[in-house]
Design a protein around this ligand. Structure first.
Ligand SMILES: [Mg+2]
Length: 286
């Protein structure tokens, strides 16, 4: 399978990542088991990092109405309160949106690390402002996305701090949606120093190269975390699957169907909720 995150940022960086971190893409990763949960519960220090949309929260036509399955946030709070356990939500949403949909407002985050914009916007530290060149790229992308979105009222443009997204989830004409995406993609592919991500009914183009995988990799290194469990459903989450140490104790969980570099799988958001609840119980007992 060819991954749809097109790394146009820097060709030398791209080839470095591919050679050192290539993992087998599979559609056959087993479901997470009771013994997997026991192993995670027994880890000396554990990072539990979750994607939000499609992982903890079912998709919603109005993205701001999406909410995590009942119990997911509570389980993460319980994990965050335990010794040697770090809970994190890492999302492509910008941080302000992520706070709103998780109900974890500023200063009330219950110890859960909230990370927005694919790792570029961690709560508490903010992100580096765009350079002049990045601002120009951003405006050009926004104009191209708006032009593509004008093809149909169900298409819409999302402006995040570091990226512009063209969404088609609410467009009922697939041909027009494909045409709009192709137009925006073609514009972005003509630009240097942008990162293109093709997700579910969205093309997002960032003027910053940070990925969820980069963030989690740097975070675990900084905090010397031996074991990471991460769950995600979309192509952007593959950047994390790529950097996990799954040959050791890490577990990367692909949520839903589709090929992935993950070494475990869960069927959907309800299964994620149940997994988190079981992990809380098991780690409490351990
Ligand atoms: Mg997702």
């Amino acid at each position: 399978m060819r991954f749809t995150r097109l790394l146009l940022w820097n060709s030398s960086l791209t080839s470095q990542k591919k050679t050192s971190r290539e993992k087998t893409v599979t559609t056959h990763a087993p479901d997470i088991s009771a013994s997997d949960i026991e192993a995670l519960a027994a880890a000396d220090c554990l990072l539990v990092a979750m994607d939000f949309d499609g992982t903890m929260a079912p998709f919603h036509d109005d993205p701001m109405s999406a909410r995590a399955e009942d119990g997911c946030i509570e389980s993460l709070k319980a994990l965050a309160a335990m010794d040697d356990t770090i809970a994190m939500i890492v999302s492509g949403r910008n941080l302000a949106q992520l706070r709103e949909v998780t109900g974890l407002s500023e200063g009330n985050e219950a110890g859960i690390h909230l990370i927005g914009s694919h790792g570029a916007e961690p709560a508490g530290t903010g992100f580096t402002p765009l350079s002049e060149a990045q601002r120009e790229l951003y405006e050009s992308l926004a104009v191209a996305a708006e032009a593509a979105a004008s093809l149909h009222p169900g298409l819409w443009v999302e402006r995040k701090p570091l990226s512009v997204g063209l969404h088609s989830r609410t467009c009922d004409n697939k041909d027009v949606a494909d045409q709009a995406h192709a137009s925006f993609l073609s514009h972005a592919q003509g630009m240097d120093n942008v990162m293109i991500t093709q997700g579910k009914a969205v093309i997002e183009v960032a003027v910053d190269s940070t990925s969820k995988g980069d963030y989690i990799s740097a975070f675990r290194e900084e905090h010397c975390i031996p074991t990471v469990v991460f769950a995600g459903d979309d192509t952007t989450d593959e950047s994390v699957m790529r950097v996990l140490h799954t040959q050791r104790t890490d577990m990367g969980i692909k949520v839903g169907a589709g090929a992935s570099r993950a070494n475990r799988r869960l069927s959907g958001t309800v299964a994620v909720r149940d997994f988190l609840a079981q992990l809380v119980e098991a780690r409490r007992l351990d």
